[in-house]
Design a protein around this ligand. Sequence first.
Ligand SMILES: Cc1cc2nc3c(=O)[nH]c(=O)nc-3n(C[C@H](O)[C@H](O)[C@H](O)COP(=O)(O)O)c2cc1C
Length: 134
Amino acid sequence: MKIGNVRLRNGFFLAPMANVSTLPFRRLCKEYGAGLTTGEMVSCEAALRGSKRTEATVVRAREEKPFAIQVFGSAPKRIALAAEALEKKCEIIDLNFGCPVRHIIRRGGGCCIIEESSQECSRVTSREGSEMRS
Ligand SMILES: Cc1cc2nc3c(=O)[nH]c(=O)nc-3n(C[C@H](O)[C@H](O)[C@H](O)COP(=O)(O)O)c2cc1C
């Protein structure tokens, strides 16, 4: 199975789960055969300001390859910039454009962002995204 050019051992993925998908939990899931693990979602703003807590969140175990990092935020351009900075630490960037949780949508992120900036959001995931970051 492949996602883009990333080959996966199987189709069993650990879904991104805030406050659950911690490093020890992910290691257990790998042990039980997960083909892909995703870390807890990180805020693009925290990633861009170099937050120590966010840096710790995106540390993966040696066996977590491939590994995905989920990013959320309220400005597509900032999400694109953070994704670019984080892509060195993982094989897959998971864009959180669907989270319905109140504290995320209150900040204009998650599913809210698709409604408000759908055209810009689609550019984050396209080749044109590189223009946004320049
Ligand atoms: C405790 C918990 C935290 C979650 N956190 C996130 C999250 O941070 N980002 C996200 O995209 N989905 C999150 N989800 C949704 C899951 O990734 C998944 O899509 C959902 O549980 C449905 O998966 P299922 O169809 O395998 O049950 C969370 C779900 C749970 C139960």
